[in-house]
Design a protein around this ligand. Structure first.
Ligand code: FNR
Length: 218
């Protein structure tokens, strides 16, 4: 379960690439270190730890969720929020990441709902994979995730890291660090102080018993 009111914040940091040497796994590792430096706890989760077949409704009906999807759901449920560091494939979300989101979204209660998320990307291109993050917002926001407005995309990623794992460019390093710390402040405010209230709820996959789309007053 998410942390108790006074325990350290716990953030799942998903590195959404399978290959060894992935720049997005490196970026995920750096984000995890920045999170740990603030006193929060990062749970680094490279996607290869969550092996799962392509989604198939017959397989789900016969066997339920594959173990990899259950493990990802468990680690998500244990977090106060999550970060995804994802490559951009053909201006969109890599299939392996979308497939993982699809499997995990089948669980009830639906684990992405009301979680805070920060999206980052790395790419050898000058745009840093930013288009893929805009696409990634769609399924996550559909599922009720509160996707942080700021995102971080690392351009020229093959040359971007210093030997100690930081970004070689101090300006980019500061921007990443500021983005992570702004995100953590929001997660902390929401989970500790209850000063943010859910104002709008719309997820058609889950029936609440009330009108499917409703405003919550508190
Ligand atoms: C890519 N790549 C890529 N890069 C990009 O900036 N925009 C894109 O649309 C694409 N499209 C794309 C499609 C496919 C199928 C592959 C395999 C690659 C390049 C990609 O950014 C590069 O391979 C990164 O190194 C992938 O991230 P990792 O593996 O380093 O984390």
């Amino acid at each position: 379960m998410p942390t108790e009111p006074h325990g350290p914040l716990r953030l799942l940091v998903i590195g959404a690439a399978l290959r060894q040497g992935s720049t997005n796994i490196r970026l995920a590792s750096l984000v995890a270190r920045l999170i740990n430096d603030t006193g929060a706890t990062a749970d680094l989760a490279p996607l290869h730890e969550f092996d799962m077949p392509l989604y198939n409704g017959d397989v789900e009906e016969a066997h339920g969720l594959p173990p990899g999807a259950v493990a990802l759901r468990d680690r998500l449920a244990a977090s106060d929020g999550f970060v995804i560091s994802s490559p951009e494939y053909n201006a969109s979300v890599p299939g392996v990441l979308k497939n993982a989101i699809d499997w995990v979204s089948r669980v009830r209660p639906q684990p992405f709902k009301t979680k805070h998320a920060l999206l980052v990307s790395a790419s050898p291109s000058m745009a840093g994979g930013n288009r893929g993050l805009w696409v990634l917002r769609v399924p996550l926001e559909h599922l009720g995730t509160r996707v942080y407005p700021d995102m971080f995309s690392l351009p020229k990623a093959y040359e971007a890291f210093a030997e100690n794992g930081d970004l070689a460019d101090p300006g980019l390093q500061k921007r990443l660090s500021d983005t992570v710390s702004g995100f953590l402040s929001l997660v902390e405010a929401d989970s500790r102080y209850g000063c943010l209230r859910r104002r709008w709820y719309e997820f058609l996959g889950e029936c609440t018993g009330a009108p499917i789309t409703q405003r919550a007053e508190d």
